[in-house]
Design a binder for this molecule. Structure first.
Ligand code: ZN
Length: 507
């Protein structure tokens, strides 16, 4: 690159780094608010967050940024950049376009609308009163329909929303994938419901003091290779992971003393998210490439560690001893096999976040189909409870007794996050497909887990996925790792195999 161009490039990188610093400060403040910040300081802190976010937004959409992006997307100049730098420009440009195409006043109005709506949703969820929330939700959907017009509809309007969370994912592809999944998972769930074999559960809800659970969460995170010098474990009402930079990736969990599974599995889940971000190539630090490449791939890593590793029999053959050491009285007479079955019980239930590994996907397919109706078929928001309940009856055989346990259960729509839900099932499918390849390469996969030899697995994932951060697209990651496109059969195979042995099914 000639000197003048090099200077421009340095200027662009400095601007990107500056935005990154604002975002890191905001991220740290959010973490602080959710992990026990003094209540009396919350209001001032919220103002500070608002101010810093606005500053970052102004830089992101500034004329200076526009000039850099115009320059570095010119073909003759882009061709002088290496792949990673080109991807950096593309990533920054995508966000720039997304923000820049919305008139400022409409963007502001939408921000106010969604924050009002989240509060209203909390009340509505509490009381089950959908009608009180419906006008705001109607306005959010109408605004997003309009924004899709500004952003430009892809093959269908809903494609535009999907692409924000899972770049290049389409309705056409997802329709095919979810249809296939539905055809295999609905009969599996029915076969399990008809099985006479049921796990024993009473020991799960004995009293498990927090200290023992905390010790076990720390222990298991160290075993999977979570680096406590580049992160920390705290408590929060809703567990989450937050990557401030690859050297500071924090996780939280929540301890319920009457539930021994919850914290253990949420630590494994958030630990999976964290392993991803801790192992991103340090070269990418300070750029928007130093994060997971998509919501779906991110979720594939949390679910890989939580479910494919953490809910496997070899895992409990190795680690049940340690749990029993913490809780000898509560777990008297329980075997690793019994514990494993209890941790894998399947039940058609109403609430997504409490669902098992199998029916979880049906909860997601329902939401996907409804969102598609809202944006591609102009479904009236007023009809949501009716459509919701009919789909629960059809896929899971149960009808919510009220809207709190039905259409009002999730926070996502109140914040305008349409297009997000699919990521959760994509995560399950990606994880199963990645595990299929991993098992081919590590033929002693189960024995490794049974011996607690988890670090080579983390290293394999780092080599194939983690280190790239956002410098590879999700479809590239999946293709390069597994040699094929997203294929839902790996998840269906894995679930059929797991549950036919637990529930003694003849499929
Ligand atoms: Zn997650």
């Amino acid at each position: 690159m000639e000197q003048q161009l090099q200077e421009k490039w340095n200027g662009f990188r400095e601007l990107v780094a500056k935005i990154g610093s604002y975002n890191e400060a905001v991220g740290l403040m959010y973490w602080d608010l959710r992990t026990g910040a003094p209540r009396k300081g919350a209001e001032t802190r919220a103002e500070t967050i608002g101010l810093l976010s606005t500053e970052a937004f102004k830089l992101q959409t500034s004329d200076e940024m526009g000039t850099y992006l115009d320059l570095f997307t010119q073909e003759a100049i882009a061709s002088q950049l290496d792949d990673t730098d080109r991807r950096l420009v593309e990533t920054v440009k995508k966000e720039y376009d997304q923000n820049k195409k919305i008139p400022e006043s409409e963007f502001k109005a939408y921000t106010i609308l969604t924050s009002k709506s989240e509060t209203k949703w909390e009340d509505a969820k509490e009381s089950g009163d959908f009608d009180s929330f419906e006008p705001l939700l109607t306005e959010i959907v109408a605004t997003l329909r309009k924004f899709i017009g500004y952003w430009g509809a892809k093959a269908t309007p809903y494609d535009t929303l999907l692409d924000m969370y899972e770049p290049d994912m389409t309705v056409e592809r997802l329709d095919a994938v979810f249809d296939r999944l539905k055809k295999r998972l609905v009969p599996l769930a029915e076969a399990i419901a008809a099985s006479e074999i049921k796990p024993e559960l009473p020991f799960l809800s004995e009293n498990y003091p927090k200290e023992g659970q905390q010790a076990f969460s720390h222990f298991i995170l160290k075993e999977m290779g979570y680096d406590f010098d580049a992160g920390r474990l705290d408590e929060a009402v809703h567990p989450f992971a937050t990557g401030l930079n690859p050297g500071d990736v924090r996780i939280t969990t929540h301890y319920y003393e009457n539930d021994v599974l919850s914290a253990a599995f949420s630590s494994l889940h958030e630990g999976g998210h964290a392993l991803y971000e801790q192992n991103i190539d340090p070269k990418l630090t300070g750029t928007p490439l130093a994060q997971g490449t998509s919501m779906g791939i991110h979720e594939s890593q949390s679910r890989f560690w939580e479910n494919m590793i953490g809910r496997s029999l070899p895992f409990w053959q190795k680690y049940f001893d340690e749990l029993q050491r913490q809780f000898p009285d509560q777990l008297t007479g329980v075997t690793p096999e019994k514990f494993h079955f209890a941790a894998n019980r399947v039940e058609n239930s109403l609430i997504r976040i409490e669902a098992d590994e199998l029916t979880y996907n049906l909860h997601i397919i329902i939401r996907y189909e409804i969102e598609k109706m809202l944006f591609n078929e102009n479904l009236d928001v007023k009809k949501l409870p009716e459509v919701w309940n009919a789909k629960y009856e059809s896929y899971l055989g149960i009808t919510p007794p009220n809207n709190s346990q039905g259409v009002l259960q999730d926070v996502h729509w109140s914040g305008g996050s349409f297009g997000y839900f699919a990521s959760y099932s994509l995560g399950n499918m990606y994880a199963a497909q990645i595990m299929h390849t991993l098992r081919k390469e590590m033929t002693n996969f189960d024995e490794m887990i049974e011996q607690g030899d988890l670090l080579p697995i983390k290293e394999w994932l780092t080599e194939k996925i983690y280190r790239f951060g956002k410098s590879k697209k999700p479809s590239e990651i999946i293709f390069d790792v597994t040699g094929e496109e997203l294929n839902p059969d790996y998840l269906a195979d894995y679930l059929e195999q797991k549950y036919s042995s637990l529930y003694n099914l003849k499929l």
